[in-house]
Design a protein around this ligand. Structure first.
Ligand code: SAH
Length: 223
């Protein structure tokens, strides 16, 4: 089905999107800025044609290469945490661009966004979507095989959309003074976790929140 027809049938209409926002409210998302940005970001543009009709369901969906676009609730929750905890949002890093959906949401809320992805074809698609949506404050890069993007740091905030078994030292090192890292941690059982750098010290506070399910954070690059 082509895009116009789909929109005509209302499957990707503003009304459909607003129903998702209502659902996010019911699930406990309260930050109006986050809800506004999500209401005006077309998630169907981040999915392949065949799955676009399901874009406004509150669920993760496949994007190829064994990866998934994050569930809207999780995107909202992590973004809300980032906004409430970070002292500044001047330089922000995302690890795991995937479809670029979370990237697009963050780009509208921070000054400079850097995002790394280890799967080349996913990154290429995400890059096209950023251009289509006119989001020019985002720099995307194919992962170097390590974690994060040290050259562009340090970052006021880092958000990772893939789960390591424990907090990677490289990501902690890329935090600016008082910087915060929001990520899922764990292998079998994962928890949303906030790691914050205490002032400009080498001390970090770790806070474990609710149980979540993410794809694993992996090393290496797929071209
Ligand atoms: N927020 C994204 C989620 C994508 S899933 C979205 O909504 O589309 C997580 C992504 O992290 C996957 O695309 C995976 O390839 C990527 N990833 C896993 N380990 C990585 C690493 N070390 N560096 C960069 N990206 C990584």
């Amino acid at each position: 089905m082509d895009r116009l027809k789909r929109e005509g049938l209302g499957m990707t209409s503003q009304r459909t999107r607003n129903r998702l926002i209502q659902r996010l409210r019911e699930e406990g998302i309260t930050n109006e800025t986050v809800l506004d940005v999500m209401a005006s970001t077309p998630r169907h543009l981040f999915l392949d044609e065949a799955l676009a009709v399901r874009a406004y369901e509150d669920t993760s969906l496949p994007i190829g290469y064994g990866q998934t676009i994050s569930q809207p609730y999780i995107v909202a929750r992590m973004t809300e945490l980032l906004l409430s905890r970070a002292k500044s949002l001047h330089r922000v890093l995302e690890v795991g661009t995937g479809s670029g959906y979370q990237t697009a949401i963050l780009a509208r809320l921070v000054d400079n966004l850097y995002s790394v992805e280890r799967i080349g074809p996913l990154l290429d698609k995400a890059r096209r979507r950023m251009r289509e949506l006119g989001l020019y404050n985002v720099e995307l890069r194919l992962s170097s095989g390590g974690f994060g993007w040290p050259d562009k740091g340090p970052y006021d905030a880092i958000l990772a959309a893939a789960a390591p078994a424990s907090v990677p030292a490289e990501l902690k090192e890329q935090l600016a003074p008082n910087g915060v890292l929001v990520l899922p941690i764990g292998s079998d059982r994962q928890h949303l976790t906030i790691v914050s750098r205490r002032d400009d010290s080498e001390q970090f506070d770790v806070e474990r929140l609710e149980a979540v399910r993410f794809v694993p954070l992996l090393g290496g690059v797929v071209r």
